[in-house]
Design a protein around this ligand. Structure first.
Ligand code: F6P
Length: 548
């Protein structure tokens, strides 16, 4: 990266912001009748509309200059070529290989990984088909009716999000459940409704050491053993991990152990065997459709010029908001109830990747990095936090996601849903001036004094940026495309900020301290000396509460 060129591109963007700061996006629409066409891109039946952001062609020009200064195209090629882009862990990030259907090799250290990827993909498909078809059965020869994925973070959020998103494609005969939290309520509440003889557990953990997953796996094992006996473990457990040595100790049959590779980051792993629970839920053919959706986007991202490249545009517009306008957050609002877990999934993808304060070489980052990502499905979110989005002192850019057609029979509901989605982005764009508010109040018959009082409360600044992803329907291929779009958006931003999006050292300290605190929590007589006052006080108070 050419730091001087990047700094100059940022300076040009700052100057450009000053130039257009007094302009309103509605004016841009009035001046350019084709703004929607000019500021939207299609990928087959998926449309990315970014025309409601305060930006012009000149803005995009400056953003592309920034991308070139950061050598985005070369870094993208390095990513796809298997370079060790994850420099702190000394490995490539090649999740794209897991959804590669091009027939082209993907090289890691000079060796093609595709034969191994395809073999594992086939093993997942065969296992999923056998469980769904009843060929693989429980210890008492029952067919499986429930699958419980035990994992956390990247070993949970992706499949859990996708199984819910694709629920119309699941079979009622094989229900998927997801247990992640070390809070015993999670596994207890899940198992309460299940029959051990018909339940298959998948222990999903890249490292096979994660405390939460190991605790939940041990509890699940005890639950199976208590009703079916020790030998049943082999029939009721499968595992997915990169650490096959550690899996063996759990007593899982080798043919039920599915592997992946250290060049797949946890939050990028749902395309690997970590997607086994999803493959079981929707079937192997649809799981392949999901992978193919991701591959569609890889081809688009790798081969499309910057100006029509959706992840590039998403990433650069995010940088425009984060660094030039200083907007701290990004809302993700799917008008799609089945995407209820999508914001949580994206929180890990985006915040664990780009929540960094140092650049790739360890120097302090000269500018703000990852935004705070949050969201909930519309319309529910309209009745919760949209007040702040419309009138709060912070401007929060919004990504809306909505399907043209529903996967249910009620057209009327879907029309209302779409209308709500469009109304929110329109309201954020237009706002309502104080004079418009006064006119409305006058027409409603309020007195002049009351109009003076109420008008400021009924005024909306407008020009609150939003983008919309509109797709035909939420099927497996479309979900694959959406997930891959955001993965590459996150990568684009990491290149501009010159940070490593593939490590996550920030989660380690809490894990270490938990290992130190766990014995102090368990043993009421353990010495609390050396802890800070708050932590010691909280442990002591809990001790008192549990003793009384
Ligand atoms: O929270 C940190 C993290 O390492 C994530 O990156 C990862 O997805 C999650 O823990 C689970 O890790 P594992 O799959 O190794 O259990």
């Amino acid at each position: 990266m050419d730091r001087t060129a990047v700094a100059a591109a940022f300076a040009a963007l700052e100057a450009h912001r000053v130039e257009i700061a007094a302009r309103r996006t509605v004016e841009f629409f009035a001046e350019d009748q084709k703004r929607f066409e000019h500021f939207s891109v299609r990928l087959d039946d998926l449309l990315y509309d970014y025309s409601k952001n305060r930006l012009t062609k000149a803005t995009l020009g400056h953003l592309f200059d920034l991308a070139r200064a950061a050598r985005l195209e070369a870094r993208r090629e390095a990513l796809f070529s298997g370079d060790k882009v994850n420099n702190t862990e000394d490995r490539p990030a090649l999740h794209m290989a897991l959804r590669n259907f091009s027939g082209e090799p993907v090289l890691v250290d000079g060796a093609d990984v595709m034969p191994a990827v395809e073999a594992e993909r086939a093993k997942v498909a065969a296992f999923a088909a056998a469980v769904r078809g009843g060929a693989i059965r429980g210890a008492r020869d029952d067919n499986f009716t429930d699958v419980v994925n035990i994992g956390i973070g990247g070993s949970d959020l992706g499949p859990a999000m996708a199984a819910r998103a694709l629920s119309p494609f699941t079979s009622p005969e094989l229900r998927a459940h997801f247990v992640s939290n070390v809070d015993g309520a999670d596994i207890a509440d899940t198992l309460a409704a299940l029959d051990p003889a018909r339940t298959l557990f998948i222990v999903s953990s890249k490292t096979f050491t994660t405390q939460e997953t190991m605790a939940n796996a041990a509890s699940a094992r005890a639950w199976v053993v208590a009703s079916l006996g020790e030998a049943a473990t082999a029939d009721h457990f499968a595992a997915v991990s990169t650490r096959l040595d550690k899996v063996a100790a759990f007593g899982i049959r080798p043919e039920r152990v599915f592997g992946f590779w250290d060049w797949v980051g946890g939050r990028y792993s749902m395309w690997s065997a970590i997607g086994l629970s999803l493959a079981l839920a929707i079937g192997p053919e649809r799981f392949e459709d999901f992978l193919r959706g991701g591959h569609d986007v890889d081809l688009h991202f790798r081969n499309t010029p910057l100006s029509h490249n959706i992840p590039v545009l998403m990433g650069l517009i995010g940088v425009w908001h984060r660094n030039i306008w200083d907007f701290p957050a990004q809302a993700i609002i799917p008008y799609d109830q089945r995407l209820a877990r999508f914001p949580a999934y994206l929180q890990q993808l985006d915040m664990e990747s780009n929540g960094k304060s140092v650049t790739r070489d360890g120097a302090p980052s000269p500018r703000a990095t990852g935004a705070i990502v949050f969201g909930e499905p519309g319309t529910n979110s309209q009745h919760a936090f949209f007040q702040l989005l419309h009138q709060g002192t912070e401007v929060v850019p919004v990504d809306f996601l909505v399907a043209a057609e529903p996967i249910h029979a009620d057209e009327k509901h879907h029309e209302l849903l779409v209308a709500n989605c469009l109304a929110q982005s329109e309201a954020l764009l237009r706002g309502r001036s104080e004079w418009e508010a006064r006119d409305i109040l006058r027409a409603q018959g309020f007195s002049a004094a009351r109009i003076d009082e109420l008008a400021p409360h009924k005024t909306f600044s407008g020009d609150r940026p939003s983008s919309t992803l509109l797709y035909r329907r939420l099927d497996p291929r479309t979900l694959g495309r959406i997930v891959a779009l955001y993965e590459h958006k996150v990568f684009v931003q990491s290149v501009i900020w010159d940070i490593n999006p593939f490590d996550q050292w920030g989660v380690e300290l809490g894990k270490e301290l938990c290992n130190r605190l766990a014995p102090l929590v368990s043993d009421a007589s353990a010495d609390l000396a050396g802890l800070d006052g708050s932590t010691a006080g909280l442990i002591a108070t809990r001790r008192a509460l549990t003793a009384s």
